[in-house]
Design a protein around this ligand. Structure first.
Ligand code: PGA
Length: 250
């Protein structure tokens, strides 16, 4: 299966013309661009090769949810993917596993593909690998537990393993990720998907300070299906370097 790169722009850039410029420069095959909601419409019109993703999606189709945007609304703008359960939404917007599970359900029902983010905080990683695995396994169980192995939705669920302490804006300097550790967690997630959901061709990505300097060491493992790139996707030069290294394009 071809690798996939997800560009998570978060709440950037401030100006629409910059967003358009960045989208044009990042418009490559196997790339998913996830801009803020307000740019989805203009970016949906210009993409030729890349796919469009949203950074969140509400858990209801419509109703009294001030500020909310629902999955069926996103579908109208050619959105194909939704990032759900990102650690910033869990921590800064108070999203619980129960809320995330509802969002996953709603997005899948609307026909979106879900990029479910999981990952342990620094305090858990400091306790060791088995504590980290336990934490991530609970997130997957709670966020996807409503799906059974016969669900037609399973092939539309991607998982991004993003240890919170490795994300560029919340780095814990006392911890350092390395390809072996990432590889071990990704294989662990894959084994949960295999045994619990019987998904044998699951896509499990890595995210957390991915740049053109470290992408090669990460992407080289066959088991790692791609990367979720935050900060580095905001520079078209840097993001294009990541694309070139990932796909070996000239
Ligand atoms: P980063 O962000 O690449 O800037 O670490 C990744 C993310 O939070 O999705």
């Amino acid at each position: 299966m071809e690798k996939i790169l997800i560009a998570n722009w978060k709440m950037n850039p401030v100006k629409e013309n910059e967003a358009i410029k960045l989208a044009k420069a990042s418009d490559q095959k196997n790339v998913v661009i996830c801009p803020p909601f307000v740019y989805l419409q203009s970016i949906s019109k210009l993409l030729r090769k890349a796919k469009l993703g949203a950074q969140d999606a509400g858990w209801n189709e419509s109703g009294p949810f001030t500020g909310g945007v629902s999955a069926p609304m996103l579908k109208n703008f050619k959105v194909e993917y939704a990032i759900l359960g990102h650690s910033e939404r869990r921590l800064k917007f108070g999203e619980t596993d129960e809320m995330i599970a509802e969002k996953v359900k709603s997005a899948l029902t609307a026909g979106l593909k879900v990029i479910l983010c999981v990952g342990e905080p620094a305090a858990i990683r400091k306790k060791g690998t088995s504590a980290s695995k336990k934490y991530v396994a609970a997130q997957i169980r709670n966020d996807l537990g409503f799906l059974n192995h016969k669900s037609v939705f399973l092939n539309r669920v991607l998982i991004a393993y993003e240890p919170i302490w490795a994300i560029s804006t919340s780095r814990d300097p006392s911890l350092k990720e390395n390809p072996e550790m990432i590889f071990e967690m990704i294989n662990f997630i894959r084994s949960i998907l295999n045994f619990k959901f019987l998904i044998h061709n699951s896509r499990v990505l890595y995210g957390g300070s991915v740049t053109s300097k470290n992408i090669k060491r990460i992407i080289i493992h066959e088991e790692i299906s791609g990367a979720l790139v935050g900060g580095a996707s905001l520079s078209s030069k840097e993001f294009n370097k990541i694309i070139k290294i990932t796909y070996g394009r000239k």
